[in-house]
Ligand binder design. Structure first.
Ligand SMILES: *Cc1c(COP(=O)(O)O)cnc(C)c1O
Length: 363
């Protein structure tokens, strides 16, 4: 068996630190808002090279609270790519605004900046470029195409990535990330964070995550309960210390796939935008007859996946937006061809060779 991601191999490396840290939390019973949370926030802000990090309950909440901090609400529109995990659109809808979609680029799967012009109206309140598969979207081109409109980065898949030397999370006005277990920086349950250089936005997110409450039992604004558990903060601090090493191992594995696959004519390997240093959350190739190929890999014990089988506009949840098949042809075509190969920091060259051999057989 070669899994798509191997969380056990990561756990082995942090098990002792997590056990020690958890024992302290259990002893102190500071399960919510214990000192480990503030410590992780400071560490992750420093790592991301932004001034403020506010930890929250999950990545979808991070997106929603960031939108609300920007003042997004009913009557507003937010532009985002059709090719993303559904949570990007969910957060916009949950904030009361309308998701407006744009197509993506064939070789990277990232938002197509050339489609922005047609999507922006006088009601556009934010743009959400998604750093999909671990590489940053071209945020500076988004800004140039839509001057003055706030940019909220969906950085859930790009912890540690850089564009033009700047870390994901520091490219826009505000950013949201997820610590879902399978992400590059994953907790042992749900978690998320908002990153921003703007102290006022950070303060608004702090209020929103905690019942709109600047002090206990004082409720200044309608809020939520969306906090990172102290136990998760312990895990995240332990893993953060290793994240650069793990991301470097992911880059080496991606480069190895690039070269192993280069001689196979039917396979499209993922493109990288100039100026990007990706962290390869996923390694999606494009193949013909994808569903049959996926079946072959799975029956050979290889845990390949599809990211994502249905573009946002064709999901049942967003049918009410009124889009149709054919509206975003690149995203639709990609959804039929993408195949994510196993990639995690500990994957071995022998495992990768077996994945490629099995893929060649299937084709
Ligand atoms: C994982 C993910 C999210 C949502 O994060 P959760 O923590 O699962 O809520 C949002 N956007 C993208 C692109 C993701 O990959």
């Amino acid at each position: 068996m070669i899994p798509l991601v191997d969380l056990a191999a990561q756990h082995d490396q942090v098990a002792d630190e997590v056990a020690t840290g958890w024992a302290q939390v259990l002893k102190s019973t500071a399960f919510v808002d214990g000192p480990a949370v503030g410590q992780f926030e400071a560490e992750f802000a420093e790592y991301s090279e932004v001034a403020h990090c506010v930890a929250v309950g999950n990545g979808t909440d991070a997106l929603e609270l960031a939108l609300r901090a920007l003042g997004v609400g009913p009557g507003d529109e937010c532009v985002l790519p059709a090719n993303t995990f559904v949570a990007t659109a969910e957060a916009v809808a949950r904030a009361g605004a309308t998701p407006v979609l744009v197509d993506c680029v064939w070789d990277t799967g990232l938002l197509d900046v050339d489609g922005l012009g047609a999507a922006i109206t006088s009601r556009t309140k934010a743009i959400l470029p998604v750093h999909l598969y671990g590489q940053p979207a071209p945020v500076e081109r988004v800004r140039a195409a839509a001057p003055g409109i706030p940019v909220l980065e969906d950085a859930a898949q790009a912890q540690g990535a850089r564009r033009g030397g700047v870390r994901a999370g520091g490219l826009g006005d505000i950013a949201a990330t997820s610590f879902y277990p399978g992400k590059n920086l994953g907790a042992y349950g749900d978690g998320g964070a908002v990153l921003t250089g703007d102290a006022e936005l950070a303060q608004r997110v702090r209020l929103l995550r905690e019942h709109g409450s600047p002090r206990k039992y004082e409720h200044a604004t309608l809020g939520f309960n969306s906090r990172l558990d102290t136990l998760q903060a312990v895990v995240l601090s332990a893993k953060l210390r290793r994240l650069d090493t793990w991301n470097a191992a992911r880059r080496a594995a991606a480069a190895r796939y690039d070269s192993l696959l280069s001689g196979i004519p039917d396979i499209g390997t993922p493109g990288v935008l100039e100026g990007n240093e990706p962290v390869w959350h996923l390694y999606p190739v494009r193949v013909p007859d994808r569903d049959r190929v996926l079946e072959h890999l799975r029956s050979a014990g290889i845990g390949a996946g599809i990211h994502y089988p249905t573009p946002v506009h064709l999901t049942g949840a967003f049918r009410s937006l009124g889009y149709h098949t054919g509206d975003f042809p690149v995203a639709e075509a990609l959804s039929g061809q993408l195949l994510s190969l196993p990639l995690f920091p500990e994957i071995t060259p022998a495992q990768q060779a077996r994945v490629v051999e099995t893929l060649r057989e299937a084709l």
